[in-house]
Design a protein around this ligand. Sequence first.
Ligand SMILES: Nc1ncnc2c1ncn2[C@@H]1O[C@H](COP(=O)(O)OP(=O)(O)OP(=O)(O)O)[C@@H](O)[C@H]1O
Length: 286
Amino acid sequence: MPELPLSPSSQPRPDATRPHSDRANVTGPIIDFAPDVSCLDVEGLSLAYDGKTALRDLTLRLPRHRVTAFIGPSGCGKSTLLRALNRLHDLNEAVSRQGSIRLEGQEIHAPEVAVDELRRRVGMVFQAPNPFPMSIYENVAFGLRLQGGLTRRRMNDIVEWALGAAALWDEVKDRLRASAWSLSIGQQQRLVIARTLAVRPEVLLLDEPASALDPISTLKIEELIRSLKSQLTVVLVTHNMQQAARVSDYTAFLHDGELVEYAPTASLFTNPRLARTENYITGRMA
Ligand SMILES: Nc1ncnc2c1ncn2[C@@H]1O[C@H](COP(=O)(O)OP(=O)(O)OP(=O)(O)O)[C@@H](O)[C@H]1O
């Protein structure tokens, strides 16, 4: 699929080079670009657990077929925001929410939206790989079987495609019937990504997908993230700022449940416009 052109406003602005002292009085949020085509639109999103605020009036647009990273200190609300994007909070009665989230223009909380279908369109991969206790093949075929209606040949094709897209096919093609648990942790995480890709999501949410992995597996996941954006929109939560800088096109910095700064990644890391962002990315804020 062809790459979308970046809008002129997505380039770093000249005044982003102003000295740090000028930034000190600005509290934000600063949103330093406007996506030409957004996939997910979050508007006025607030969320609380048992009345305790975790997200405060967040508004941001996530561009289609790009990688957007959420960064910020522990407890700032990154995972809470990510989970809101495919309604993972629905079953938590302690959660209250205000505001809207639109996927390709459609409100995801609208009564006519089927949550299962939403979660097919917006797939999620967690920090610890969670393959099902079945074979490598059956893990990837799992969602396809639930959907039904596929011939054996078509299912085989999709399983091969998904394992290939997750950069795992060459390593497992000769042992598809082996238990998923016989794979290394890094391979298990790529298997879980293949399982998610098999049902053809439009968005892939990744919650610290490489934090439990060794450096080589991490590199593979990062290469995979970069390759996937030609086919879908990726949203990545990471504590690893080098990783955000390596793989993402845009970065949103959250602090204390608020969106502080949201900009093209290169611009945010080289010329943060707010002191709070600079303090975090330079390690002066835990
Ligand atoms: N299930 C929950 N029940 C109650 N409070 C929660 C729950 N999940 C998160 N919180 C609280 O919401 C706030 C935001 O948490 P969240 O996990 O979204 O932050 P985070 O930025 O992803 O943190 P980390 O980087 O440590 O994973 C924190 O104060 C956290 O304690």
